[in-house]
Design a protein around this ligand. Structure first.
Ligand SMILES: [Zn+2]
Length: 145
């Protein structure tokens, strides 16, 4: 495979920045990995890029009251929890991320198998030498509209 088409983590994050959900598909066994993997997680063959629909269902979740530093900086705390979810995409692969667009302090209203769609979450991770913010893009989910 050419260097240009090779599945890499850097390219995955560049795609997220472009709001494009790219996974990897194994040409040998058909397995789809998300986040993408250069080598198939099932048979270790070289994978290829595949664009995913971004639609799926919520499989499980957890309410986080004491979160990672990046989340406390976003204002989440014991009184304002956030939800971290594992969702199964329509293509079959599962991936985790923050669930937004729900009442995060009322997790009883979040239901298993509810339809979700991918959203792209921007987090400031620091500043460059000139004081300009540096961002990271993460995968998140919201209820399907
Ligand atoms: Zn495979």
């Amino acid at each position: 495979m050419s260097e240009e088409n090779m599945v890499t983590v850097d390219k995955y994050f560049n795609f997220l920045r472009e709001k494009k959900l790219m996974g990897s598909k194994c040409p040998k066994c058909g397995n789809i990995d998300l986040p993408p993997r250069r080598l198939c997680s099932k048979c270790i063959s070289e994978s290829e890029w595949i664009e995913l629909s971004g639609k799926g269902i919520l499989k499980t979740f957890s309410s986080i009251y004491v979160g990672a530093k990046a989340m406390t900086q976003k204002g989440y705390n014991r009184k304002k929890p956030y939800i971290f979810a594992v969702c199964q995409m329509d293509e079959g692969c599962s991936v985790s991320g923050q669930l937004i667009g729900v009442e995060e302090d009322k997790p009883k209203e979040v239901t298993f198998d509810m339809p979700v769609q991918v959203t792209y979450l921007k987090t400031q991770t620091g500043e460059d030498k000139e004081g300009n913010p540096i961002y990271r893009w993460d995968l998140g989910f919201e209820p399907q509209k």
